[in-house]
Design a protein around this ligand. Structure first.
Ligand SMILES: Cc1cc2nc3c(=O)[nH]c(=O)nc-3n(C[C@H](O)[C@H](O)[C@H](O)COP(=O)(O)OP(=O)(O)OC[C@H]3O[C@@H](n4cnc5c(N)ncnc54)[C@H](O)[C@@H]3O)c2cc1C
Length: 247
């Protein structure tokens, strides 16, 4: 596969163990919200590793985009990306994958854990700018349930809260914590235990309660468990279930 050299244009910590990198891919790079890229990195021992990362932002005019990387204990790729400096270069593939939001034909439930949020953030940004002639208030609703361990693990929380509060979107943001502090007033437990209620909350203006597109992203175990709830308990067909697995 042909690789291009890209530059780290900016970096910031989103949480104690998630780092956001802004990538300048250079000219003529295109992607669809939801796709991922493969980064080839040189390690300190002289070896190279390649790892996949979902693009965390929708395509924009300056051509740049964000990645959000969880530091995995002992993981060579994520450790390297937490150390890389602004101005450094990397080798990157073209954008890949079919976990994309083509049309918004019906209500959408986004389900993510950890940095599984990233392609869903990109899709949400793309959905909000799509068809500017049509008021967002007339488009199908989008709900995002994001599971992490505790308050300090929530990424992009202020941004997502602000979109949900805007009033000109039909976006609902539902963070859920598996180990919240006593002060936490939001949802508790794993994402899979909230899925049925959030689908129900889309209301009964639809022909069928299963006429919802569900996009699920994160580690395999969570994806499998959410899929089991959708298929076995709620009777979803596979066409309505879209998944991306990180392991
Ligand atoms: C299509 C795709 C998109 C991906 N997008 C992202 C992304 O946007 N952000 C991101 O942080 N990672 C993402 N990953 C995971 C990423 O490719 C690496 O697996 C991860 O960074 C660990 O690499 P490593 O070399 O540090 O660790 P390794 O030694 O390769 O360890 C891999 C193990 O780390 C665990 N792991 C992998 N990803 C995560 C994670 N995000 N959170 C917690 N544990 C994890 C899994 O148990 C996995 O088996 C994606 C993977 C795929 C296949």
């Amino acid at each position: 596969m042909s690789l291009r050299t890209v530059t780290i244009a900016a970096a910031r910590m989103l949480t104690h163990n998630v780092r956001e990198l802004t990538i300048d891919p250079g000219p003529a790079f295109s992607f669809v919200a939801g796709q991922w890229v493969s980064l080839r990195m040189a390690l300190a021992n002289g070896e190279f590793v390649s790892r996949a990362y979902s693009i965390a932002s929708a395509p924009r005019r300056d051509g740049r985009f964000e990645l959000a990387i969880t530091r995995v204990e002992g993981g060579p790729g994520s450790t390297r990306l937490h150390e890389i400096a602004v101005g450094d270069s990397l080798e990157m593939s073209h954008a890949q994958g079919f976990f994309t939001l083509e049309t918004i034909a019906r209500p959408i439930l986004f389900v993510a854990t950890g940095t599984g949020l990233t392609p869903l953030r990109a899709m949400l940004q793309a959905a909000l700018v799509a068809s500017p002639d049509e008021p967002a208030t007339e488009r199908p609703p989008i709900t995002l349930v994001h599971g992490v361990r505790s308050e300090g693990d929530l990424l992009y929380r202020d941004e997502l809260d602000a979109i949900a509060a805007r009033g000109d979107t039909r976006f609902r943001f539902e963070p859920t914590l598996s180990r919240p502090s006593d002060a936490w007033r939001g949802r508790r437990g794993y994402v899979q235990s909230h899925v049925a209620e959030l689908i129900e909350a889309f209301g009964d203006a639809r022909a069928s309660a299963t006429d919802v597109d569900v996009y699920i992203c994160g580690l395999n175990r969570m994806v499998k468990e959410v899929r089991a709830v959708l298929k076995n308990t709620l009777g979803f067909t596979r066409e309505r279930i879209h998944t991306e697995r990180y392991d």
